[in-house]
Design a protein around this ligand. Structure first.
Ligand code: GLY
Length: 376
């Protein structure tokens, strides 16, 4: 398998990573202690609502990645380490947060990186507790982790969080936790992933019987459409679940989602915000879905047994990154505080549409880091 990007890609990706560091450093200095979510006209701090509190790990998560790119003990490495710790520490109490289904987003981007660096068992305990807390959302009838909106609701987004339950199960040798994680993945695969590899955002259940009722959506165009970010969450999340469980059904599902993404995204690798949105609305892309898909494809490429397909996913991930760097970087827009333009949070609520969004920034940086680390 050829895991190599030409010099020009390396220069492009390195320069994007440097720009991201400048933008994050500027925000830290402008609003110390502020956790950004989505921009309004390119500005992070505004009065717009959050809808739900799921993003606080992404800003420090970027800092943990930045520090890896400097020699230990150098001023830049010390700066990013100090900031990463400063912004990660206040998140600890969220390990008991029962209001969100997003504890994987919050802790795998921060405490897991911190623990891997220091091997401090107290940090691992935080991640394990967060995994146990997330598992409390499990609905025995139906076999799924409930979303933040209601008992009868399953979101495709939870596929990005279930990894923390697999992690906690592995660290504590807890078969019940592993079973919850496996059953959640199998239910999501059965009710939200369609035969063509597209995904629904939400599934609704009868809570008395556990019967699955219908596919619906909050952030997508329609219940029977394919919201592009949901698809990207599924692509990435099933790859992660395969890494933890080695259940080949999850690898198949991730590949199906990847193939749907690749065959339906625009030719440059960036998708419309919903693959089934009507023509005018389809012009609105979602660069955050592209960043998640790029990172997911790079990850998936390492897991495949077929080197040709693995190389195809790897190359496609790089191609998406090239497009994001060449067409969507905010470096030519004076005053824009984000890194990537053209992200979308919630079209129907009018939140963060054609803006920078924190998860888009994070997964873009994660994917750049992954691409660059392969060749050093
Ligand atoms: N709530 C997760 C997302 O907006 O994708």
């Amino acid at each position: 398998m050829i895991h190599f990007e030409p010099e020009s890609d390396r220069a492009l990706f390195t320069s994007a990573l440097q720009f991201a560091q400048e933008q994050v450093r500027n925000l830290v200095e402008k609003h110390p202690g502020f956790y950004p979510m989505y921009t309004s006209d390119g500005v992070w701090k505004h009065e717009g609502p959050a809808w739900t509190h799921w993003c606080d790990g992404f800003f420090p998560g970027m800092m943990w990645i930045f520090r890896k790119h400097f020699e230990p003990g150098t001023p830049d490495e010390k700066y990013w380490l100090e900031q990463a710790i400063r912004y990660s520490t206040p998140l600890e109490s969220r390990k008991h947060d029962r209001d969100v289904h997003d504890l994987g987003f919050i802790f795998l981007s921060t405490y897991l990186r911190w623990f891997r660096l220091t091997k401090d068992p107290a940090l691992n305990d935080v991640i394990i507790q967060a995994g146990k807390t997330l598992a409390m959302r499990f609905k025995e009838k139906g076999g799924y982790l409930r979303s933040f909106v209601a008992d009868n609701s399953l979101f495709v987004d939870i596929m990005m969080n279930v990894g923390i339950i697999f992690y906690a199960a592995r660290e504590t040798n807890d078969r019940r936790l592993r079973d919850i994680a496996l059953r959640h993945c199998l239910t999501t695969r059965r009710v939200l992933v369609r035969g063509d590899g597209s995904t629904a955002h939400e599934g609704l259940f009868d809570t008395d019987t556990g019967e699955f009722l219908k596919q619906t959506t909050h952030q997508g165009f329609r219940g029977d459409s394919c919201w592009s970010r949901g698809l990207a969450w599924s692509l990435y999340g099933f790859a992660t679940s395969y890494e933890y469980s080695r259940d080949p059904r999850f690898l198949d599902t991730s590949e199906m989602c990847a193939d749907y993404y690749i065959t339906h995204a625009n030719a440059d690798g960036v998708p419309p915000w919903d693959f089934n949105a009507p023509s005018e609305s389809r012009k609105q892309v979602d660069t955050s879905a592209a960043a998640i898909a790029a990172s997911g494809l790079l990850r998936l490429s390492r897991l495949l047994h077929d080197p040709v397909k693995g190389h195809f996913y790897w190359s496609t991930g790089l191609r998406i990154l090239q497009t994001l760097c060449e067409k969507h970087l905010a470096d030519k827009t004076p005053g824009w505080e984000g890194v990537l333009k053209g992200g979308v949070y919630h079209v129907h609520k009018g939140l963060g549409v054609n803006e920078s969004v924190m998860w888009g920034e994070y997964f873009f940086i994660e994917a750049l880091d992954h691409a660059l680390s392969v060749v050093g």
